[in-house]
Design a protein around this ligand. Structure first.
Ligand code: SF4
Ligand code: SF4
Length: 412
């Protein structure tokens, strides 16, 4: 952990920015707030001033840093290769230590995430489907179109369209699939918290697609959250513990690469854990012989920020896979690569900015006139479905994970 927060390194990193402002044009929070201090350059300038001792670290500065979605689009566009994430998680770590305020909801969410897959969460999640459906009947609104319940708490930031928990939470753990014919390699599927808890079907579909592509796949039994939410928030100790736990578990398996269907997990496993990581869509593109057939529908795609920023995937991977679906038309929104405003706890802690980004995303997706909105991140799917229910034509437009859409259209 020492090197993660090494002061000298932090100072060096904070001086990387040459203040050209190229990053402002792609920053989602700046596009809403329109203030320099809410731009990447502004946040970096504050970090520089604090490490140089020119400004004290105040609650107001911490607030500016915490208003960032950590999408890393600034890093992606920066001509000077400024390591924004490296700077910002250190800044947030320091801010939490010096001027941090206790947020009980955040604490509960992050503790829950850190425990995902532990014995108590496995037991707790067993009762979640029936509890949520009872709660939904009593206080929420059933939304069968998205297999979800609209939980209206009366407090906007906590009012969400919640996907129903999967019938068998953590049901993929320990699963192994083997292709019938030739074996091209062995993958380890890191499912991620949202697939484990809510989108079990998506996980099954990833296995099905990888098997079809000729890969043997194993799902580790005892993994926890990858730790990305903790690291990005500056909770470095929690992240280190999760990484240690996961590395010990993953170390028990043999594999050629880790496969993911969540680019935030993927980016973290690649950059921090140091594993070879592939998104399932990258494997599908490589194995171009697999064919899919649609039913004459129009589809559009939301590019998860971390797919091209953290995982450094070429966005054409998704375009190529979708253009290869027979009897379906792929159309792209003008803002298809812009952040949807989810960014985990950001959508709660920065509710106004996040919901403006969500509204803009829905408008852009609806402008394409597509009836299927796809993405490759369970968090984006969750947020776009919520946005479609709140602002869009949710009865006509299906919001799905790419793996679900493709698995339904596999040609035998
Ligand atoms: S972060 Fe990069 S793009 Fe943004 S102002 Fe600094 S050097 Fe320019
Ligand atoms: S990570 Fe995203 S939200 Fe944060 S400053 Fe960079 S572009 Fe803006």
């Amino acid at each position: 952990m020492e090197d993660k927060i090494d002061v000298k390194l932090t100072v060096e990193l904070a001086h990387q920015c040459v203040k050209c402002s190229a990053c402002r044009s792609v920053c989602p929070t700046y596009s809403v707030v329109k203030e320099e201090r809410s731009s990447p350059r502004g946040r970096l300038a504050l970090a520089e001033a604090v490490v140089d001792g020119n400004m004290p670290l105040t609650e107001e500065i911490a607030r500016q840093w915490n208003e960032c979605a950590m999408c890393r689009r600034c890093e992606w566009i920066c001509p000077n290769e400024v390591e924004y994430k490296e700077i910002m998680f250190r800044a947030r770590y320091q801010a939490k230590k010096e001027v941090g305020k206790f947020d009980p909801v955040k604490k509960a969410v992050f503790t829950g995430l850190a425990m995902m897959g532990s014995f108590p969460t496995k037991i707790g999640m067993k009762f979640a489907p029936s509890l949520m459906s009872a709660y939904g009947k009593l206080l929420g609104k059933d939304v069968p179109e998205y297999n979800a319940i609209y939980l209206d708490t009366g407090i906007p930031k906590y009012t969400k369209l919640m996907p129903k928990p999967t019938a068998k939470p953590f049901g993929l753990r320990g699963k192994e699939v083997k292709p019938e014919k030739e074996k091209k390699g062995r993958l380890l599927f890191f499912t991620g918290c949202m697939i484990d808890a809510f989108y079990g079907k998506t996980g099954e579909n990833v296995l099905k697609l990888m098997e079809k592509a000729g890969y043997e796949v194993v799902v580790p039994k005892n993994i926890r959250c990858c730790g990305a939410p903790h690291l990005y928030s500056g909770e470095v100790e929690s992240f280190e513990k999760l990484m240690k736990h996961n590395k010990e578990e993953i170390g028990k398996y043999e594999f050629d690469a880790v496969v993911v269907a969540c680019p935030t997990c993927g980016g973290t496993l690649k950059e921090e854990y140091g594993y070879p990581v592939k998104d399932f869509a990258e494997i599908l593109r490589e194995e171009g012989y697999i064919t899919f057939k649609g039913e004459g529908e129009k589809v559009t795609f939301h590019f998860p920020c971390h797919s091209y920023t953290a995982m450094k995937m070429n966005p054409d991977v998704y375009r190529d896979v979708l253009k290869n679906v027979k009897n379906a038309e792929y159309v792209e929104g003008e803002q298809a690569m812009m952040c949807c405003g989810f960014a985990g706890y950001f959508s709660v802690s920065n509710y106004e900015v996040a919901s403006e980004l969500q509204k803009r995303k829905i408008e852009d997706l609806e402008n394409t006139k597509a009836t299927y909105v796809l993405s490759d991140c369970p968090g984006c799917v969750f947020n776009i479905a919520d946005g479609m229910y709140k602002h869009g034509d949710y009865k006509k437009i299906k919001v799905m994970h790419l793996a679900d859409y493709l698995a339904e259209r596999l040609e035998e």
